[in-house]
Design a binder for this molecule. Structure first.
Ligand SMILES: Nc1nc2c(ncn2[C@@H]2O[C@H](COP(=O)(O)OP(=O)(O)OP(=O)(O)O)[C@@H](O)[C@H]2O)c(=O)[nH]1
Ligand SMILES: [Mg+2]
Length: 196
């Protein structure tokens, strides 16, 4: 029988700091999805998977704070992208491992963190990233808090691309081909289910 090793706790970061341009400039996490702000569905699915929750937002911080978790803005100007949110999250996380999800994927896999964590530990990787159907989903990732200085350097040098930064690190892919629809994200009004 295998020895049982306790799993390390994971901090959860919901990335909700984007411009939402394809959604007409709306704050996507607060857009209605099945009668509630979209981020409510994301938090509900993500909360049981992590030991703490944080929300990265750049607008309407008070509205996000009503969900009862710490909310903070990027410490970089002008919507530098998801990596700016990750940088702020790594700086605040209580635990050594940080999982991220976007605020606009309300069907995210209920076993996302467990599977990313198993792969990261098995491969001794720095980052675990979800893939489905041959596509990577870089904002669904688990990464080590110790990457903060390297990420800060990448951003300071003008780097913005999540996938490119992750590929520059020791990275493992985790296939969710059985759950590809769970990564559906709602970018524009046409992606939203009809109201009612
Ligand atoms: N903290 C933070 N999060 C961001 C930033 N840009 C995007 N995000 C988040 O990263 C995730 C993926 O980004 P997108 O799906 O492109 O969302 P978006 O940038 O708001 O939408 P578009 O403007 O239409 O591209 C979403 O959850 C965004 O909220 C940013 O500058 N800072
Ligand atoms: Mg964007």
């Amino acid at each position: 029988m295998d020895a049982i090793t306790p799993l390390p706790p994971v901090s959860g970061l919901v990335l909700a700091g984007g411009r939402g341009l394809r959604m007409g400039g709306a704050d996507k996490g607060l857009v209605d999805f099945r009668g509630r702000p979209m981020v409510a569905s994301v938090l509900e699915r993500f909360a049981p998977q992590v030991a703490e929750l944080m929300i990265s937002a750049n607008r309407n911080l008070d509205a996000y704070a009503r969900f009862g978790h710490p909310v903070f803005a990027d410490d970089m100007a002008d919507f530098a992208g998801p990596l700016a949110g990750l940088k702020a999250g790594l700086a605040r996380a209580r635990h050594e491992l940080v999982a991220t999800v976007p605020c606009d994927a309300p069907l995210l896999p209920p076993d996302l963190v467990a599977r990313l964590l198993a792969a990261l530990l098995r491969e001794d990787a720095e980052i675990a990233v979800a893939t489905a159907g041959g596509r990577s989903h870089p904002v669904f990732c688990l990464c080590r808090r110790a990457l903060l200085p390297a990420l800060a350097d990448y951003l300071a040098a003008g780097g913005r691309k999540v996938d490119a930064w992750q590929r520059s690190r020791r990275r493992v892919e985790v296939a969710f081909d059985d759950a590809a629809e769970a990564f559906a994200n709602l970018n524009s009004p046409a992606d939203l289910p009809p109201a009612g």
